[in-house]
Design a protein around this ligand. Structure first.
Ligand SMILES: *[C@@H]1O[C@H](CO)[C@@H](O)[C@H](O)[C@H]1NC(C)=O
Ligand SMILES: *[C@@H]1O[C@H](CO)[C@@H](O)[C@H](O)[C@H]1NC(C)=O
Length: 158
């Protein structure tokens, strides 16, 4: 009985300590958050990107695309041989922008991937401005601007 009372008492003290710690943390966090949201984030919020999709297929195939983000459906588009389609957007404040495309070269061969995401390697290849995706006979290439070369990223799926 003594032991039980003692442990209840200890638990009560512990909970009191925890709740005082929690309330202290809660009280200070808004000012911390305000102090930690300065100008650099605002600069990035206005960062403009361009996504390009080139139909560089050599056999005259029409490239069908359907690209979307969380907020926008860019619709179904057909890109004729040696043509390009592109769109531009400003990265959102929270830097969670993502564009995803379904692409098809005929009734069988298709690819589906993120043409833009918060992937550092992808953004670096785009030189923080222009993501140049290129459809070729074997798949999708991303033009790596710093390296000045197109790199095969996704093969057509049967
Ligand atoms: C293919 O796409 C690239 C973009 O990466 C473009 O600069 C180039 O002119 C295109 N090449 C051909 C052969 O159409
Ligand atoms: C976007 O594509 C069009 C062709 O559809 C082209 O005329 C234009 O120059 C492209 N814009 C950029 C910024 O590359």
């Amino acid at each position: 009985m003594m032991l039980l009372k003692g442990s209840i008492h200890v638990t009560t003290i512990f909970l009191a300590l925890v709740s005082s710690f929690v309330s202290t943390t809660t009280a200070t966090s808004p000012s911390t958050a305000a102090a930690a949201a300065p100008a650099p984030g605002l600069g990035l919020a206005l960062h403009r990107w361009y996504i390009h999709i080139f139909n560089n297929m050599s056999q005259g195939e029409v490239l069908t695309t359907h690209c979307k983000s969380k907020d926008d459906d860019l619709g179904i588009r057909k890109i004729f041989p040696r043509n390009e389609w592109n769109w531009t957007f400003k990265e959102n404040f929270f830097q969670t922008t993502l564009f995803w495309c379904y692409l098809a070269k005929d009734k069988v061969h298709h690819a589906a991937f993120e043409v833009f995401s918060e992937n550092e390697e992808l953004q670096n290849s785009c030189d923080y401005k222009h993501c140049r995706w290129e459809a070729r006979e074997d798949g999708f290439y991303l033009f790596n601007i710093p390296k000045n070369q197109a790199e095969l990223r996704y093969k057509w799926q049967p």
